[in-house]
Design a protein around this ligand. Structure first.
Ligand code: M6R
Length: 606
């Protein structure tokens, strides 16, 4: 999603704006721009594509203003070109925007009738013209912005600077996140604390409906009722976060390799390692009497929830309803008051997930969230927050966040099983000891990473790839297909292996590789039958299993054997080979692994 940064500085800010935008690159973007105000006059520089293009454009036409705003744009309305790149401006005002103005069409029609000349296809440009009109009528910048905010529908975060005002910046938030950074005689705005980390660790988050007036020495925050309010200034840990690739070629590779460590950290938070018992801090839901668990999330986080459905139902006998958030938010699902609604989100900002959270709250559900960003909106709007301790995930393709989500969910399922009387203390200790083994199993897999390079050659340049799995391996097959398609652009689909005969088998021929996720569990033989059906039709099987004999005896085009783990922890273990397969295929194909085309890291619009 778009990234926003604003600086009221004491020296020219253009270079710092670019540095901050670099830290927001992970969110995904297709053009970028900056605008500064210098001696009262607005200047602007924009470029299509990566920030290096913007840097080049700035070198040719430098901006010297000490106050400025910057933006990385992920196109929603209008093609990703220079004209549509932010900031958008008139001679009076410059604006950067993250989100969508839903009523931009009627606003644009009205403005055009009143004589406004539009230059872009964006929804954002209406904001610029609306503010300009107010300023033209003689309003002060604060009044102008206030008047315009009331006319906008949709979700947005805005940073705005004004001609004639070198010591003023206004930010506003409805839906999309926006943070204020407090410096020494300097002030900042940013989409997240990571962007602000080089400048300050003193960060406050605007609440929904807030707007803020910044000068170099002050921040005045007004809430949605027009009241001046204080928002807590926190010490952000983002400055301690190294946003670099270490010795790895891509962030995704680094993050795959971090998994043993971060799963270990996450386990350390939820498990008493001295007793091998689960201990969930700040979580007082009583699973014993809970009638139902509702889980909602998007993408990879949804697949983590799908694995958890198998765990909660089998180990805790707890009925689970799960749906992707984009569907659940409009389904008007009836809910018995008193249920638990659980949301899973790496960013904690995903618009659809947040909308379901609010729906569930209105349905009188207890709201809990598993998030990686603890300051996020989803975390702040939940009754209980269960952090994943994955550290910042920069690669757009989720890897370590996924396995850390699974780790938290596994602990929660054990707790539910114990409280509901379906898991004895001995069984709990056994399951926890199996979880504690997971980082070691993953390290073993990572030591064999070179094997995936060869396997990836077999997948690269194929048109379609199928992924099959049964039971809790089915969501891993779905996740494998998502990983492959999003970073290699090869069409991939995941199926429950038993569904093969009900349609997808028609696709099988010698050109369609089939990745089978088949741990030696109680469903293994059934999955083997499905592999036979594929082989009989000339399909090329890539087998992921923990059964050496099966890997040796079955005719597959290639196989990878993971360490034998417990059936309960298999989803965590098998998640890693499917990540490595996707990663090496994408590297082989030369795609932009960390920032695949069209994708954004944090999806703050519908
Ligand atoms: O930040 P969230 O976990 O809420 O994001 C949800 C999805 O957009 C995300 O999991 C996405 O599917 C992955 N980045 C894909 O690898």
């Amino acid at each position: 999603m778009c990234g926003i940064v604003g600086i009221l500085g004491t020296e020219p800010v253009a270079e710092d704006l670019i540095d901050a935008l670099k830290r927001l690159e992970y969110r995904g973007y297709d053009s970028a721009g900056v605008s500064t105000v210098e001696n009262g006059v607005l200047g602007r520089c924009r470029a299509k594509g990566k920030l290096k293009n913007l840097q080049k454009a700035l070198n040719e036409a430098p901006l010297q203003g000490h106050a400025g705003i910057g933006h990385t744009r992920w196109a929603t309305h209008g093609a990703p070109n220079v004209t549509n790149a932010h900031p958008h401006m008139t001679d009076r005002v410059a604006v950067v925007h993250n989100g969508i103005i839903e009523n931009f069409k009627p606003l644009r029609e009205r403005l055009e009738k009143e004589g406004a000349k539009f230059e872009t296809d964006t929804d954002t440009e209406v904001i610029v013209h609306l503010i300009s009109l107010e300023l033209k009528k003689g309003s002060a910048p604060e009044q102008a912005v206030q008047a315009v905010l009331t006319q906008l529908e949709g979700a947005f975060a805005l940073a705005i600077i004004f001609a004639g005002h070198d010591d003023l910046m206004i930010g506003a938030r409805r839906g999309s996140p926006l943070a204020i950074g407090y410096g020494e005689k300097e002030m900042y705005l940013g989409s997240d604390a990571i962007a602000l980390a080089p400048f300050t660790d003193r960060v406050a988050y605007l609440e929904d409906g807030d707007w803020v007036r910044l000068s170099r020495t002050s921040a005045t925050i007004i809430d949605e009722r027009g009241q001046e309010v204080e928002r807590t200034i926190n010490r952000s840990t983002a400055s301690a976060m190294l946003v670099d690739k270490g010795n790895h070629r891509h962030f995704m590779a680094k993050e795959i390799h971090q998994q043993p460590e971060v799963i270990g950290h996450t386990l350390g938070h939820y498990v008493d390692l001295a007793t091998n018992r689960v201990q969930i801090p700040d979580f007082d839901i009583d699973f014993k009497t809970l009638p139902r668990l509702t889980i909602s999330a998007c993408g990879t986080a949804y697949y983590a929830g799908l694995v958890a459905k198998y765990w909660f139902e089998k180990y805790a006998r707890l009925p689970v309803e799960i749906d992707v958030a984009s569907e659940m938010r409009y389904r008007e699902a009836p809910m018995e008051p008193g249920g638990l609604a659980l949301f899973i989100s790496q960013s904690g900002e995903t618009a659809d997930t947040l909308a379901v959270l609010r729906y569930c709250r209105a349905q009188k559900q207890h709201v809990a969230a598993i998030v990686n960003v603890t300051e996020s909106t989803i975390a702040r709007e939940s009754d209980a927050t269960l952090p994943t301790l994955a550290g910042p995930e920069i690669g757009v393709a989720s890897t370590k966040a996924f396995t850390c989500q699974l780790t938290v969910l596994a602990c929660l399922a054990i707790k539910a099983g114990v409280e509901r009387g379906h898991i004895s203390i001995e069984q709990e200790m056994e399951l926890v000891s199996q979880l504690v083994e997971v980082p070691r199993h993953i390290s073993t897999i990572l030591n064999d990473e070179h094997l995936f390079e060869k396997m990836a050659h077999g997948l690269a340049h194929k048109r379609d790839v199928l992924y099959l799995g049964r039971g809790s391996s089915f969501p891993i097959a779905l996740e494998g297909a998502l990983k492959l398609k999003e970073i290699s652009y090869i069409h991939a689909e995941g199926y429950a292996a038993g569904e093969l005969k009900h349609g997808p088998i028609a696709l099988i021929d010698e050109d369609v590789p089939v990745v089978v996720v088949a741990p030696k569990d109680n469903l293994f033989e059934k999955t083997v039958s499905n592999m036979e059906e594929v082989a009989a039709r000339g399909g090329q099987i890539i087998l992921m299993t923990d059964d050496k004999e099966a890997a040796a005896s079955f005719t597959t085009s290639s196989s990878f054997v993971v360490p034998r783990a417990h059936e309960f922890t298999n989803p965590l273990v098998f998640a890693v080979p499917i990540q490595l397969l996707a990663y090496h295929t994408a590297v082989f194909m030369g795609t932009d692994v960390d920032q695949p085309r069209n994708l954004a890291k944090s999806v703050t619009v519908e």
